[in-house]
Write a protein that binds this ligand. Structure first.
Ligand code: AGP
Length: 609
């Protein structure tokens, strides 16, 4: 998830306007920053790794000449956060520059094809193929207009993109296009702007045109022309007046970042399905060879590891040991050795306890694999192989979209390994792959249909002194995560454990009205879980069940139920069942008068920096 912005001004220099807009977009990514502008038949570029202020203090981002320009603030997905990988990217003859937000899935194939045609690539990014493709189109068909050359290029892209290109050939235009990444146009009497988000231009204009998927827009001082990428038909769309305050705009109209991030999950899950296959294969190869595998993490990332241990076991028949990172050195520090493999999972890639475990493992010659959201973080530097989860920055302290993204990546890894080991049939593989593909839609359906119900449950229980969260099998991890969310943002003391444990002690806490949340997928644990629900009900507990649609048996037992679509395979079920629990924690915090984005005593990550 990156931020893009550009403008064409009637007067004055575009660069300071771009710089200020990128500052407003910095929440979308902050690995590197860059700008390109055109002036007097020349293309000027400034870019480097680092936060905008750092880069500006060295390069002065304001002194590029020209009334037209584009800019980018990056959240690395392909290629480390280095100067060479910072956007904008240029073609071989340095006639054009492109900025891009999204992921080009087929970039390796396109890059190879273009290299065979003599194109020289400078970066390791997926983005650079776009500008070389446009260059190639113009080379093979010089009569093409700049906009048509862009149009033909993007027809060849698989994946997601919002792009903007400037060219010396038509120096008064910016050509933009969108597919599954946001793009908006802003206009006033002195300028025209494009951006990945409205906040970028909100102080400059409140007149915006929202661009839809599959559209290409050509901007000039005369205005804008929107075309359908599919058939070049022209689309007429009027600007809208945006009445958001700047604060609302950054949150895209949501009252809190946490809610925005919960709602972003369909899109972040889609991004996890665009991982480069060879990284997953490499991970699977290391896991296959390992004598023992530890899955090490803290907090929410630990819950992803716990769920992953069920995925690896059930799909690939691989035993793994999920370990809370702060205990790893004490528990396994002496036994870990050259035959051990440590998979460290950390959204930030900087959590001190996770890195301490990794250090200990490395000193004892173990193999370290990493899964993180931050390419360029310490974890990526110390891992033998790492995979990026591609969720974009998470601003709410409570991890939501990064959790479901970790689960999706781990499930894909388990599937790879299962395939490598011949442990699943082709039919089962296809079935799971299809269900994975549908997850964004499924999660969207849950958010859209269940939010109101969850709100009512939160209202009902807002004064509860404590909560239980119970699940069996892989849903134990979901229950733990639901409990962590509720505790950390709504400050409700809560307990979670595998439902089978309740009769070994915790049940003594239950008294009439005590809220107990059950995570109830219709998997092999369903029958036994019903027994656990009855036990709690017999003691007067108020049962809140997250069930599959149409699960009449549990509906009849539950005081309140929240439904998720039917037919999600067991190994993927935490991805869907956790969503109502995220919403429950969010609305409990709101009902109790707390700000979900800034829980007391917690910061986004414990870093070693
Ligand atoms: C969860 O909502 C918290 N933000 C916290 O538990 C977090 O998951 C933990 O600190 C680990 O962070 P990491 O994934 O960045 O390593």
């Amino acid at each position: 998830m990156c931020g893009i912005f550009g403008c064409i001004l009637k007067d004055g220099n575009a660069a300071p306007v771009i710089h200020a807009a990128l500052k407003r977009l910095e929440y979308r990514g902050y690995d590197s920053v860059g700008e390109a502008a055109i002036h007097d038949g020349k293309l000027y570029i400034k870019k480097d790794r680092g936060m905008i202020d750092e880069v500006h203090s060295v390069l002065n981002l304001d002194d590029l000449p020209g009334t037209i320009g584009i800019g980018h603030t990056r959240w690395a997905t392909h290629g480390a956060p280095l100067e060479v990988n910072a956007h904008p990217h240029v073609d071989c003859s340095r006639q054009m520059a492109v900025v891009h937000n999204g992921i080009i899935e087929n970039f390796s194939e396109l890059k190879l094809e273009l290299e065979n045609r003599g194109h020289i690539f400078e970066s390791k990014t997926d983005t650079e193929v776009i500008v070389h493709l446009i260059e190639e189109n113009l080379k093979s068909n010089p009569s093409l207009s700049f906009a048509d050359a862009v149009l033909e290029a993007i027809k060849r892209l698989d994946g997601s993109y919002a792009i903007a290109v400037i060219s010396l050939a038509e120096p008064n235009k910016i050509v933009c296009a969108r597919h599954e990444s946001p793009l908006v146009i802003g206009i006033n009497e002195n300028a025209i702007y494009f951006a990945s988000d409205i906040p970028a231009f909100l102080p400059l204009t409140n007149k915006a045109v929202l661009i839809d998927d599959g559209e290409l827009v050509t901007l000039s001082l005369e205005g804008f022309e929107i075309k359908k990428i599919r058939d070049s038909s022209v689309v007429v769309r009027k600007p809208k007046l945006i009445d958001w305050t700047p604060e609302m705009a950054v949150k895209q109209g949501y009252p809190h970042f946490m809610l925005k991030e919960i709602f972003e999950q369909p899109s972040t899950l889609r991004n996890t399905l665009r991982l480069q296959e060879h990284y997953l294969d490499l991970m699977a190869t290391f896991l296959d060879r390992a004598r023992e595998v530890f899955l090490v993490a803290c907090g929410t990332s630990y819950h992803a590891c716990l769920a992953a241990s069920y995925m690896f076991s059930k799909l690939a028949f691989l035993a793994t040991y999920p370990v809370i990172a702060s205990e790893f050195v004490e528990q396994h520090g002496k036994s870990v050795n050259i035959d051990s493999t440590i998979m460290a999972v950390s959204q930030s890639g900087e959590t001190a306890d996770t890195l301490a475990s990794v250090n200990c493992a490395r000193q004892r010659a173990a193999t370290v694999l990493g899964l993180t959201n931050v390419i360029g973080s310490t974890l990526t530097r110390v891992s033998r192989v790492y995979v990026g989860q591609q969720s974009g920055p998470e601003i709410g302290v409570a991890a939501t979209k990064t959790f479901t993204a970790q689960l999706s990546v781990l499930a894909q890894m388990a599937l790879r390994l299962a395939k490598k080991r011949g442990k699943v049939s082709q039919d089962e593989m296809d079935f799971l792959a299809e269900k994975l593909e549908k997850l964004p839609e499924t999660v969207n359906a849950i958010i859209q249909t269940q939010e109101e119900k969850v709100k009512q449950v939160a209202k009902k229980h807002k004064d509860a002194k404590t909560f239980f969260f119970l699940g069996r099998g892989i849903s134990t991890a979901t229950a733990y995560e639901g409990r962590l969310k509720l505790m950390e943002i709504a400050y409700v003391p809560a307990i979670a454990f595998p439902a089978g444990e309740s009769k070994h002690g915790p049940i003594s806490l239950v008294e009439p009205g005590f809220p107990v949340v059950f995570v109830c997928p219709k998997d092999e644990t369903h029958k036994t879980l019903i027994g656990n629900i009855m036990e709690m009900k017999a003691r007067g507990a108020s049962i809140i069940a997250v069930i599959e649609e149409g699960d009449e048996e549990i509906k009849q037992l539950a005081d309140d139920y929240i439904e998720v679509p039917r037919g999600i395979p067991e190994v993927l079920s935490p991805i869907t069942f956790v969503v109502p629990l995220q919403l429950l924690a969010y609305y409990m915090a709101v009902e109790r008068g707390y700000s979900p984005d800034t829980p007391r005593n917690l910061a986004k990550s414990v870093t070693v920096k």
